[in-house]
Design a protein around this ligand. Sequence first.
Ligand SMILES: Cc1cc2nc3c(=O)[nH]c(=O)nc-3n(C[C@H](O)[C@H](O)[C@H](O)COP(=O)(O)OP(=O)(O)OC[C@H]3O[C@@H](n4cnc5c(N)ncnc54)[C@H](O)[C@@H]3O)c2cc1C
Length: 188
Amino acid sequence: MNWVNVRGGENVDALNVLETSRVQYEWRKSAWEKTQELRRQPGYEEVFLLETASQLGVRLSRVLDSLHIVTLEESMTFAEFPDVVGIGGGYTNIPYNGGVVKAKERPCWQIPLRALLPRRCENLIIGGRCFGFEEGLAEDAREIGNCLLTGQAAGAAAAAAVEQRTIPRELDVPRLQRLLRQQKVNLG
Ligand SMILES: Cc1cc2nc3c(=O)[nH]c(=O)nc-3n(C[C@H](O)[C@H](O)[C@H](O)COP(=O)(O)OP(=O)(O)OC[C@H]3O[C@@H](n4cnc5c(N)ncnc54)[C@H](O)[C@@H]3O)c2cc1C
């Protein structure tokens, strides 16, 4: 079996449903046509298309305008934050300081609660691929491991805000961190 990940194309606006529908249509058609083409090659007559994804997946579009935007520099220098709620992983080879740093040489990086809190909206917490980070960190921030981490932090923070009867940005952070540690979250 051969699994193929296709790319949407240059400058496709992930927020425009007509464009994402067009891309989805074109790639499905292309997958079908490529399979037929392959079947015409000697030795490949039995090849068939097993499955295509049920819907198009968007790698990244908008990210949060947060109280703190995590930077690539912070991720490379293990910047410490008093309101750390998770330690992200460096999953990808990343361009940095004119070179490329390999994933296995990357340090882990702290994610502060403020990166999950919008600057201009009080009662909202964002976990997953769209918390606040700069573009250079996007390839890492959106990885599943980091989505799990920010998702857990966001959930715990929401519960803590209800318990403490306050808005997320006024949480008693050490108390939230104690809760996360009880849940076996590594905060360093
Ligand atoms: C093609 C592709 C390949 C990838 N490969 C990898 C990989 O190999 N490794 C890796 O680590 N990462 C990979 N990623 C990235 C990773 O999968 C995503 O960044 C991550 O899963 C995002 O998690 P999330 O929880 O933020 O969002 P999602 O997993 O997208 O979850 C959002 C959920 O919200 C639901 N939803 C949306 N709107 C509403 C609504 N109005 N009401 C209720 N529910 C709603 C959606 O249906 C969805 O279930 C890949 C991404 C893509 C698109």
